[in-house]
Design a protein around this ligand. Structure first.
Ligand code: ZN
Length: 116
């Protein structure tokens, strides 16, 4: 609605609506009585921070991460075998690494051209 500005109190978060004539003036919050400044009516809303289009994985390249997982699983399994033990966890780790590897090789390196 035009003629009113709505904002929220910095101190208590209460949403306040005030006539546009109060824009830029200091008033008192009806909730917590702290002095607050009403924003200018035609002050444009601050643009949201641009989100990075391509979100990079924190651990780096998923293809590489998957490869490391698979290599580690194979190494673990071989070391276990040479010690006369068969671990059941390395195959699971291998599958996890494989799926990460495939996911990384399918979608990770793809670059979407900017269309306008
Ligand atoms: Zn308040």
């Amino acid at each position: 609605m035009k003629g009113t500005i709505s904002f929220s109190c910095d101190a208590c978060g209460r949403s306040i609506r005030t006539p546009a004539s109060y824009a830029g003036k200091t008033a008192r919050c009806p909730g917590c009585r702290s002095s607050i400044r009403a924003p200018l009516a035609d002050e444009p809303a601050p643009p949201a921070a641009p989100e990075p289009v391509a979100r990079r994985t924190a651990g780096g390249d998923p293809t590489f991460g998957g490869f490391v997982l698979m290599a580690g699983a194979v190494l673990w399994f071989v070391v276990g075998l040479s010690a006369g033990k068969v671990y059941f966890y390395p195959p699971i780790l291998f599958v996890v690494g494989l799926s990460s590897f495939l996911r990384g090789s399918q979608g990770g390196g793809r670059r979407v051209p900017a269309s306008s």
